[in-house]
Design a protein around this ligand. Sequence first.
Ligand SMILES: O=C(O)CCC(=O)C(=O)O
Ligand SMILES: [Fe+2]
Length: 204
Amino acid sequence: MSTALPIDHRVGYLDAAAQARLLQAIQAVVAEAPLFVPRMPRTGRQFSVRMTNCGPLGWLADKQGGYRYEPVHPETGKPWPPIPQMLLDIWEDVGGGAPPEACLINYYGQGAKMGLHQDRDEEDFSAPIVSVSLGDTGLFRVGGKTRKAPTQRYELASGDVLVMRGESRLAYHGIDRIVPGSSDLLPEGGRINITMRRVHKPDI
Ligand SMILES: O=C(O)CCC(=O)C(=O)O
Ligand SMILES: [Fe+2]
Protein backbone atom coordinates (compact mmCIF):
# COMPACT_ATOMS: atom_id res chain seq x y z
CA MET A 1 0.00 0.00 0.00
CA SER A 2 1.32 3.43 -0.82
CA THR A 3 1.59 5.98 1.95
CA ALA A 4 2.33 9.68 2.30
CA LEU A 5 5.92 10.79 1.89
CA PRO A 6 7.73 10.79 5.24
CA ILE A 7 8.53 14.15 6.75
CA ASP A 8 10.87 15.10 9.55
CA HIS A 9 8.64 16.28 12.42
CA ARG A 10 10.60 17.47 15.46
CA VAL A 11 8.08 17.53 18.27
CA GLY A 12 8.82 20.01 21.07
CA TYR A 13 11.91 21.43 19.38
CA LEU A 14 11.47 24.79 21.17
CA ASP A 15 10.78 24.82 24.90
CA ALA A 16 8.35 27.33 26.44
CA ALA A 17 11.02 29.99 27.01
CA ALA A 18 12.32 29.70 23.44
CA GLN A 19 8.75 29.89 22.08
CA ALA A 20 8.19 33.12 24.03
CA ARG A 21 11.45 34.59 22.70
CA LEU A 22 10.61 33.64 19.14
CA LEU A 23 7.12 35.12 19.51
CA GLN A 24 8.68 38.43 20.59
CA ALA A 25 10.95 38.41 17.55
CA ILE A 26 7.96 37.73 15.28
CA GLN A 27 5.93 40.48 16.93
CA ALA A 28 8.81 42.88 16.17
CA VAL A 29 8.75 41.79 12.51
CA VAL A 30 4.97 42.29 12.34
CA ALA A 31 5.29 45.76 13.89
CA GLU A 32 7.56 46.74 11.00
CA ALA A 33 5.94 44.68 8.25
CA PRO A 34 2.20 44.45 9.06
CA LEU A 35 0.17 41.34 8.27
CA PHE A 36 -1.63 41.64 4.94
CA VAL A 37 -4.41 39.69 3.24
CA PRO A 38 -3.16 37.54 0.38
CA ARG A 39 -5.47 36.86 -2.57
CA MET A 40 -5.70 34.05 -5.07
CA PRO A 41 -4.38 34.84 -8.52
CA ARG A 42 -7.15 35.41 -11.11
CA THR A 43 -10.19 35.00 -8.79
CA GLY A 44 -8.94 37.53 -6.24
CA ARG A 45 -10.45 35.40 -3.49
CA GLN A 46 -8.98 36.09 -0.05
CA PHE A 47 -6.89 33.52 1.76
CA SER A 48 -8.15 32.84 5.28
CA VAL A 49 -4.64 33.37 6.68
CA ARG A 50 -2.97 36.76 7.10
CA MET A 51 0.69 36.92 6.21
CA THR A 52 3.91 38.85 6.24
CA ASN A 53 7.58 38.05 5.63
CA CYS A 54 11.10 38.68 6.75
CA GLY A 55 14.36 38.11 4.92
CA PRO A 56 15.69 39.38 1.58
CA LEU A 57 12.62 38.07 -0.26
CA GLY A 58 8.98 37.70 0.73
CA TRP A 59 6.28 35.51 -0.76
CA LEU A 60 3.23 37.33 -2.13
CA ALA A 61 -0.08 36.31 -3.62
CA ASP A 62 -2.42 38.75 -5.32
CA LYS A 63 -4.96 38.91 -8.10
CA GLN A 64 -2.80 40.66 -10.70
CA GLY A 65 0.71 39.42 -10.08
CA GLY A 66 0.05 35.85 -8.95
CA TYR A 67 2.36 33.93 -6.63
CA ARG A 68 5.87 35.36 -6.45
CA TYR A 69 8.76 36.58 -4.35
CA GLU A 70 9.37 40.31 -3.88
CA PRO A 71 12.00 42.26 -1.91
CA VAL A 72 9.49 44.76 -0.47
CA HIS A 73 6.21 44.73 1.47
CA PRO A 74 3.20 45.22 -0.85
CA GLU A 75 1.63 47.93 1.30
CA THR A 76 4.51 49.80 2.94
CA GLY A 77 6.89 49.44 -0.03
CA LYS A 78 9.70 48.87 2.49
CA PRO A 79 12.20 46.00 2.46
CA TRP A 80 11.22 43.07 4.68
CA PRO A 81 12.88 43.06 8.13
CA PRO A 82 15.81 40.66 8.58
CA ILE A 83 15.19 37.05 9.60
CA PRO A 84 15.57 36.77 13.40
CA GLN A 85 18.79 35.03 14.45
CA MET A 86 16.84 32.36 16.35
CA LEU A 87 15.29 31.21 13.09
CA LEU A 88 18.62 31.23 11.25
CA ASP A 89 20.01 29.06 14.06
CA ILE A 90 17.18 26.55 13.61
CA TRP A 91 17.81 26.47 9.85
CA GLU A 92 21.45 25.72 10.48
CA ASP A 93 20.75 23.18 13.20
CA VAL A 94 18.52 21.11 10.89
CA GLY A 95 21.13 21.27 8.13
CA GLY A 96 19.39 23.76 5.87
CA GLY A 97 22.62 24.63 4.02
CA ALA A 98 23.06 28.03 2.31
CA PRO A 99 21.04 30.58 4.33
CA PRO A 100 17.30 30.98 3.73
CA GLU A 101 16.31 33.89 1.48
CA ALA A 102 12.65 33.99 2.37
CA CYS A 103 10.78 33.59 5.61
CA LEU A 104 7.01 33.58 5.34
CA ILE A 105 4.93 34.20 8.45
CA ASN A 106 1.32 32.97 8.32
CA TYR A 107 -1.23 33.87 10.98
CA TYR A 108 -4.22 31.55 11.35
CA GLY A 109 -7.14 33.05 13.30
CA GLN A 110 -10.22 31.01 14.22
CA GLY A 111 -11.45 29.09 11.19
CA ALA A 112 -8.39 29.77 9.03
CA LYS A 113 -6.94 26.92 6.99
CA MET A 114 -4.74 26.31 3.98
CA GLY A 115 -5.71 24.08 1.08
CA LEU A 116 -3.52 21.26 -0.20
CA HIS A 117 -0.68 22.70 -2.33
CA GLN A 118 2.95 22.25 -3.28
CA ASP A 119 5.57 24.90 -2.51
CA ARG A 120 7.01 25.36 -5.97
CA ASP A 121 7.58 29.04 -6.56
CA GLU A 122 11.27 28.56 -5.82
CA GLU A 123 14.01 27.92 -8.35
CA ASP A 124 15.89 25.61 -6.02
CA PHE A 125 14.13 22.50 -4.70
CA SER A 126 17.35 20.99 -3.39
CA ALA A 127 17.16 23.16 -0.25
CA PRO A 128 14.67 22.09 2.43
CA ILE A 129 11.63 23.93 3.70
CA VAL A 130 11.89 24.45 7.43
CA SER A 131 8.70 25.30 9.30
CA VAL A 132 8.22 26.40 12.90
CA SER A 133 4.83 26.52 14.61
CA LEU A 134 3.73 28.75 17.51
CA GLY A 135 0.38 28.95 19.31
CA ASP A 136 -2.61 26.71 18.68
CA THR A 137 -2.00 23.29 17.17
CA GLY A 138 -2.41 23.03 13.41
CA LEU A 139 -3.74 19.86 11.81
CA PHE A 140 -1.27 19.44 8.97
CA ARG A 141 -1.99 17.13 6.06
CA VAL A 142 0.81 15.84 3.87
CA GLY A 143 0.59 13.57 0.85
CA GLY A 144 2.78 12.79 -2.12
CA LYS A 145 3.93 14.44 -5.30
CA THR A 146 0.51 14.28 -6.88
CA ARG A 147 -2.67 15.77 -5.48
CA LYS A 148 -4.34 12.36 -5.41
CA ALA A 149 -1.64 10.53 -3.45
CA PRO A 150 -2.64 9.21 0.01
CA THR A 151 -2.23 11.70 2.82
CA GLN A 152 -1.30 11.53 6.45
CA ARG A 153 -2.06 13.95 9.27
CA TYR A 154 0.41 15.46 11.72
CA GLU A 155 -0.44 17.64 14.69
CA LEU A 156 1.87 20.65 14.63
CA ALA A 157 1.95 21.99 18.17
CA SER A 158 3.59 25.15 19.48
CA GLY A 159 7.37 24.76 19.34
CA ASP A 160 7.35 21.97 16.75
CA VAL A 161 9.69 22.14 13.76
CA LEU A 162 9.04 20.39 10.47
CA VAL A 163 11.56 19.81 7.71
CA MET A 164 10.53 18.92 4.16
CA ARG A 165 13.51 17.87 2.10
CA GLY A 166 14.48 15.40 -0.58
CA GLU A 167 11.43 13.46 -1.75
CA SER A 168 9.07 15.33 0.55
CA ARG A 169 10.23 18.80 -0.61
CA LEU A 170 7.51 18.75 -3.25
CA ALA A 171 4.89 16.85 -1.28
CA TYR A 172 1.37 18.27 -1.33
CA HIS A 173 0.50 19.69 2.08
CA GLY A 174 -1.96 21.98 3.83
CA ILE A 175 -3.62 22.85 7.11
CA ASP A 176 -7.08 21.32 7.62
CA ARG A 177 -7.79 23.51 10.63
CA ILE A 178 -6.36 24.77 13.85
CA VAL A 179 -7.41 23.52 17.27
CA PRO A 180 -8.78 26.53 19.18
CA GLY A 181 -7.60 26.90 22.76
CA SER A 182 -4.82 24.32 22.46
CA SER A 183 -2.10 26.81 23.43
CA ASP A 184 -2.04 29.99 25.47
CA LEU A 185 1.14 31.37 23.91
CA LEU A 186 -0.63 33.93 21.72
CA PRO A 187 -2.68 36.38 23.79
CA GLU A 188 -5.27 36.64 21.00
CA GLY A 189 -5.26 32.88 20.27
CA GLY A 190 -4.68 31.37 16.86
CA ARG A 191 -1.57 29.97 15.24
CA ILE A 192 1.59 31.34 13.68
CA ASN A 193 3.54 29.28 11.18
CA ILE A 194 6.91 30.38 9.95
CA THR A 195 8.49 28.81 6.85
CA MET A 196 12.02 29.44 5.73
CA ARG A 197 13.01 28.73 2.16
CA ARG A 198 15.73 29.24 -0.38
CA VAL A 199 14.47 30.80 -3.58
CA HIS A 200 17.58 30.79 -5.76
CA LYS A 201 20.36 28.28 -6.17
CA PRO A 202 23.31 29.35 -4.04
CA ASP A 203 26.30 30.85 -5.94
CA ILE A 204 29.23 28.56 -5.46
O1 LIG B 1 0.96 26.52 8.26
C1 LIG B 1 1.64 25.56 7.92
O2 LIG B 1 2.05 24.73 8.71
C2 LIG B 1 1.96 25.38 6.45
C3 LIG B 1 2.13 26.65 5.70
C4 LIG B 1 2.41 26.43 4.26
O3 LIG B 1 2.27 25.35 3.75
C5 LIG B 1 2.89 27.52 3.40
O4 LIG B 1 2.94 28.67 3.85
O5 LIG B 1 3.22 27.26 2.24
FE1 LIG C 1 3.25 25.28 1.80
